[in-house]
Design a protein around this ligand. Structure first.
Ligand SMILES: [Zn+2]
Length: 284
């Protein structure tokens, strides 16, 4: 029988990164499925909607490349929140927000034509900025929620940490409700293990960084969260944020330590991705 699937729920590819080696290593270790999240590319600086168009195409092409290496891959597309800060300096905040709203629409068009699974990473700036900037980010996020709700597709969020903003999850849950977007389909990327608790996550989904400390908490509680490496495929920082073969290795570690078993594995890597991302990881 085929071994159960292993999904990395949030990683990136770069045209100049060591993606081939990384994907081969992921696969060799038992990895099967990837969520390739759009990121800013150094060779396509963003200052217009057309730049987003070109950079999205790059993510779509890189996702195809991953598939050609024998893994199943889907991409998420969306305007990275931090780009709003830089574009606001160039165009003013209002115009920068308009460009990002257009970029959300563009991402949704690519969901409609089957090029992308959903939207991400959109959200809020993770360092201190003026309230008006975070409010503009919220507008962009809300438009993503509305578009994803219509299409029943998932959205992954990049935000400040819960430590910096303890009200964050309640705030985001409120925006999701306002848009009619199911909270479960809203995924907070770069979540810590505290996000396994309903009182913390407010019904929103979490993608948790696959470090030992987080996984010990997650596995011990048999919690259902996506696992991620946030691998960025940077030629200058190979293996950053975590090497791409981390999740298969950590699943092995789970089995070795008795924290993982087939039943929990299936709930974590088949049932949860189906519910949260709308994907069938039993298909290869
Ligand atoms: Zn990321």
């Amino acid at each position: 029988m085929e071994s159960p699937p292993i999904l990395d729920g949030h990683m990136h590819l770069d045209p100049h990164g060591p993606s081939r080696e990384s994907i081969v290593a992921f696969k060799k270790r038992g990895g099967t499925h990837l969520i390739v999240v759009h990121k800013p590319y150094s060779d396509i600086p963003i200052s217009s909607l057309d730049d987003y168009r070109r950079s999205y195409q790059q993510t779509v092409d890189l996702t195809d490349k991953a598939r050609s290496l024998g893994v199943t891959a889907w991409c998420l597309l969306g305007p990275y929140p931090v780009e709003l800060v830089r574009m606001a300096k160039e165009h003013g905040l209002e115009m920068a927000m308009e460009i990002q709203l257009g970029a959300v629409e563009l991402a949704l068009e690519l969901v409609d034509d089957g090029s992308a699974l959903g939207v991400g990473e959109v959200g809020r700036v993770h360092f201190p900025v003026d309230d008006e900037v975070q409010n503009a980010c919220d507008e962009v996020m809300l438009s993503a929620f509305r578009g994803c709700r219509t299409r029943s597709c998932p959205v992954q969020l990049h935000t400040e940490s819960l430590r910096d903003n303890p009200d964050l999850m309640a705030h985001i849950a409120g925006l999701a409700d306002e848009a009619g977007m199911p909270r479960q389909r809203v995924i907070k990327h770069y979540s810590g293990h505290s996000m396994i608790h309903p009182g913390v996550n407010h019904g929103l989904s979490a993608s948790v960084q696959a470090n030992r400390k987080n996984l010990k908490e997650v596995f011990t509680n048999r919690a259902l969260v996506l696992l991620e490496t946030d691998y960025i495929d940077d030629p200058l920082r190979p293996g950053f944020v975590m090497p791409l073969d981390t999740i298969p290795k950590k699943m092995e570690w789970g089995y070795r330590t008795g924290l993982m078993d087939d039943e929990y594995h299936r709930r974590l890597m088949v049932d949860l991705p189906d519910r949260v991302l709308g994907i069938d990881t039993q298909c290869r």
